[in-house]
Design a protein around this ligand. Structure first.
Ligand SMILES: [Zn+2]
Length: 764
């Protein structure tokens, strides 16, 4: 919120001539293009211009209306219907398209009971009622009930404890308050970290059941008017969602291999990614009586939500009965894969994807992304019919089963891993889209590239370029003058590392493919995430009502696809990536230092009796435990590799600059062929086939999610995760292998730089 208002205030104050005063803000649609020669750049810009002009907001709106017209979760009639409709569209547009089916474990609710037995009786409704005026909210017969998929079955009765967000830090606080959740049922609010972490950490602390509710402070009346007066979650709104554990994504029964009919499947009892305890999501109207019935210590200020009660922690006297039983069925999922064959380098694949399944109608998640992606493909088909053919092969993927656990994309990548590693140049993902800024995520070798694309797309409401808006917002968001100066100096957008959380995961973390994620957001008026109210009526009243940011997403992602597909050589630049990785290594060093200082100080204060002295004797809170101060770790191998990486990246960037200084002449065909082959292989070098030490499915040694962050990235997870667990020796033992991976990457970049240098015409 703060960030948005600062950004807007800043934009209002800007003098109008800012664009002319900044050399890096060349008018869109002009200037050289990374990966293009002087002779190929003009025709490319002409194709892109045509493409952008033809993207129609009205078509995207119609796609959304059709795809979100009925509930379309995995296994539903309309999920299959949508896949077939998408398939037919791709075929009409001239793509070589088919459906690939997988059979996956997808639990649906059979029994859901939540009642309070003490001190009074209350039965939770567990229902989201239809809203007058919102036509699809009453499609009760087809709606999936509110639940968390992959919750363990269970029938438990116990006293209740409020655990805030249910993070590990929250349990540390409970320990100090002398409150145990052993044998208890916990109630956590949604927010701060991925939902699946809440039952996981609860079970680790001995809880026997977990309830997750949506507090109005996070996404309800504290933020804005409730639906349907406003766009925010109403009192009975519930966030569905998967709580599948993060050992590996995809079908729990077929880790590492595609869930094809003949795949070997684990027995259900051996599937590691199902929760240990039953878990159920509820609305705040169902949560309020439970929270109100808690006594015990008053919750710390940071733990309090926006309900009209004094938040107590418990345990009890509220006693609740929770029962969750699922139908553990194998269900079909339908990925639509659509290919536009390349003319000159058909064996190099440029890939694009967005899921089509939703929890209910899913107008925002995922249809706002899917509808825009389909419009890209339509225009590409039109250009193709009029004579344009991409140099490389373009592959569009409409994934099924993303919501339960990235099922469609993971099973597809696992099935096609050998071909993918041979052919794939890049994977561009989107998911939900809204109004506002574009902040790209992904692997930073594509950072310069996507910034170039963003320069050439106009923000529909401010008429700045998408790049300018994001760039200026990053200045506004900087917290220190140092950060502000750095943001000002940058000529590319910061590309945030991705962990998990959408269909890029298998491409980046398992297959080692350069990845981008693009979406607009931060200016929607509310959210109905994973509820029956995320539908066409809500989207057309409270999100991108005119579909102009939907059009901008099509234009951005589509231009990126065209530019990647047609480039003479793959438009990567490794300098931003080397810089980002250097930062990740610095963060590891800083983390160690911070922990040394923190634990030394804490142990000293324990000795001095600080905690005993400052506590209110009438509100006892125990001291934190003494900690072993971490030993120094040897990061030298990592730092040496980072230096090598920087050198190689600089060498490649200089070769690019020399090429441009020479007027971007066309390289010879053999030079281009070996350069492209080398560029394609660099991102594969980030993999270690053995994977992360405790999560072998995750092969990428730089880009990975954390075991306790879920969606959030934990770069260099092999080292970092052990540090988070205070296993300093194990962390240090991982340093050499990550250093070796980075050294391999540096060598790969060097090879590409040598190709480029030898392809340069000799100076006279
Ligand atoms: Zn989604």
């Amino acid at each position: 919120m703060t960030f948005r208002s600062i950004a807007c205030a800043l934009l209002a104050l800007l003098p109008l001539n800012i664009a002319q005063s900044e050399t890096d803000l060349a008018p869109s649609g002009a200037g050289p293009l990374l990966g293009y020669s002087a002779e190929t750049v003009a025709p490319q810009r002409a194709v892109e211009k045509k493409f952008q002009e033809r993207v129609s907001a009205a078509n995207i709106r119609e796609n959304m209306r059709r795809l979100s017209a009925r509930p379309h979760h995995v296994g539903s009639a309309y999920d299959k219907d949508n896949a077939e409709w998408i398939l037919a569209k791709f075929k009409t547009w001239g793509f070589d398209a088919k459906i690939e089916r997988f059979d996956v474990l997808f639990p649906t609710p059979k029994i859901r009971v939540l009642e309070m037995l003490q001190p009074t009786h209350f039965t939770a409704s567990l229902q989201e009622p239809a809203v007058a005026g919102d036509p699809t909210s009453s499609q009760t017969a087809e709606q999936l009930p509110t639940y968390n998929a992959y919750s363990a079955d269970g029938d438990v009765t116990a006293r209740l404890v409020y655990v805030n967000y249910g993070s590990r830090e929250d349990y540390d606080r409970l320990d100090r308050l002398g409150i145990s959740v052993k044998g208890a049922i916990v109630i956590a609010r949604y927010g701060q970290g991925w939902r699946g972490i809440k039952p996981k950490v609860a079970a680790e602390h001995g809880a026997i059941g977990c309830i997750i509710y949506s507090d109005p402070k996070g996404d309800g009346y504290f933020q804005g008017d409730e639906y349907p007066a406003g766009g925010w979650r109403p009192k009975d709104g519930v966030q569905r969602g998967s709580v599948m554990d993060t050992d590996y994504p995809g079908d729990p029964l077929t880790p590492g291999v595609g869930a094809t009919p003949d795949a070997k499947r684990l027995a259900l009892k051996d599937a590691k990614t199902i929760t240990k305890i039953p878990v159920l999501p509820i609305s705040y109207s169902d949560a309020l009586p439970l929270l109100k019935a808690l006594k015990g210590p008053i919750a710390p200020e940071e733990w309090r939500g926006a309900l009209p009660i004094t938040y107590h922690i418990g345990p009890g006297p509220a006693q609740v009965h929770l029962q969750v039983v699922s139908n553990w069925d194998i269900k079909p999922i339908y990925d639509v894969i659509a290919v536009l064959h390349g003319s000159q380098a058909a064996d190099q694949w440029v890939m694009r994807g967005n899921h089509h399944d939703a929890w209910v109608n899913g107008a925002e998640d995922p249809i706002s992304g899917q509808a825009a992606m389909l419009e890209e493909a339509r225009v590409m088909g039109e250009l193709h019919a009029q004579g344009w053919t991409p140099k490389r092969t373009i592959i569009y993927c409409a994934w099924d089963g993303e919501e339960p656990g990235l099922l469609g994309s993971v099973e597809w990548v696992e099935t096609h891993i050998a071909e993918l590693q041979k052919h794939a140049i890049s994977y561009l993902n989107s998911d939900s889209n809204g109004r506002g800024y574009m902040f790209p995520g992904g692997t930073q070798d594509l950072g310069s590239f996507i910034s170039g694309v963003a320069r050439d797309v106009q923000d529909p409401e401010t008429h700045l370029s998408v790049y300018q808006r994001a760039h200026l917002a990053s200045i506004a968001a900087a917290k220190t003058s140092e950060d502000r100066n750095e943001a000002r100096k940058r000529s590319d957008l910061v590309v945030e590392a991705l962990g998990d959380g959408s269909d890029f995961t298998a491409f980046q973390d398992f297959a080692g493919i350069s990845t981008l994620s693009v979406e607009f957001g931060d200016e929607e008026d509310g959210t109905e995430y994973h509820s029956i109210y995320d539908d066409f009526y809500w989207f057309t009243h409270f999100s991108d009502m005119d579909f102009v940011y939907e059009r901008a997403l099509s234009q951005t992602a589509g231009t990126a696809m065209l530019r990647l597909a047609d480039a003479d050589f793959v438009p990567v630049d490794y300098a931003p990536q080397a810089e980002a990785i250097a930062k990740y290594v610095d963060e590891l060093e800083k983390l160690l230092k911070d922990k040394q200082v923190e634990f030394t100080e804490r142990n000293l204060e324990l000795k001095e009796g600080v905690f005993e002295a400052i506590k209110d004797p009438r509100k006892p809170i125990g001291p934190p435990p003494a900690e072993i101060v971490p030993p120094y770790m040897n990061f030298a191998p990592l730092k040496n590799s980072v230096e090598a990486l920087r050198k190689s990246a600089d060498r490649y960037s200089s070769a690019l600059a020399s090429l441009q200084a020479l007027g971007s002449p066309m390289l010879s065909t053999p030079a281009l062929e070996s350069l492209n082959a080398d560029l394609l292989s660099v991102s594969r070098l980030f993999l270690n086939p053995k994977g992360l030490p405790e999560r072998p499915w995750f092969k990428n040694q730089v880009y990975a999610p954390g075991a306790y962050t879920g969606y959030g990235a934990k770069p260099i997870a092999a080292v970092r995760e052990y540090m988070d667990q205070k296993k300093w020796k194990e962390a240090e033992a991982q340093v050499p292998q990550v250093a070796q991976v980075l050294a391999n990457v540096a060598a790969g970049i060097d090879k590409a730089a040598a190709d480029l240098e030898s392809g340069l015409p000799k100076a006279h």
